[in-house]
Design a protein around this ligand. Structure first.
Ligand SMILES: [Zn+2]
Length: 147
């Protein structure tokens, strides 16, 4: 026998409301996009805000009575992505070079790989951008590197 309740249960595992899966896919794509454009993006901040908003959304929805039936669009969680990808949200902590072994024309060769280590100013989360030598040289010449 199931007990009758006067509030709505929000099951995060509902097929259409799988917040976590949707959001991690979104973050993965964002990270990829930012590695390609060589711009920092704070995955940790975006994820933390998502977690906070999700908690509030779920709480509010679970407090509603059955009179108010939500639709799926109300379950959209709007994370402030633009903030976490704004270059002014970061400071460049350092640059690193490592030598990576690659096989070129059948011969093992060491090539330099550069890392720009950024941290977000608000919480100090790290985000590193990987660059080949030419990309690094280009970046060094651009005004972005002067920050
Ligand atoms: Zn952060």
């Amino acid at each position: 026998m199931t007990e009758k309740k006067d509030y709505i249960d929000i099951d995060l595992n509902l097929k259409n409301v799988d917040f976590d899966r949707k959001f991690s896919t979104f973050l993965k794509e964002k990270r990829q996009e930012h590695q390609e454009s060589k711009q920092p993006f704070c995955t940790a901040c975006a994820y933390n805000q998502f977690k906070d908003l999700k908690e509030v959304t779920i709480k509010n929805l679970s407090r509603r009575t059955k009179e108010i039936i939500g639709n799926e669009s109300e379950l959209n969680i709007k994370v402030d992505i633009a903030k976490y990808e704004d270059p002014s949200y970061f400071k460049l902590k350092g640059e690193r070079k490592i030598m990576e072994k690659r096989i070129m024309h059948g011969t093992p060769t060491f090539v330099p790989i550069w890392f720009l280590d950024y941290v977000c100013k608000e919480f100090g989360h790290g985000y590193s951008i990987q660059m080949e030598q030419e990309e690094y040289d280009q970046w060094k010449k651009s005004p972005k590197s002067k920050k």
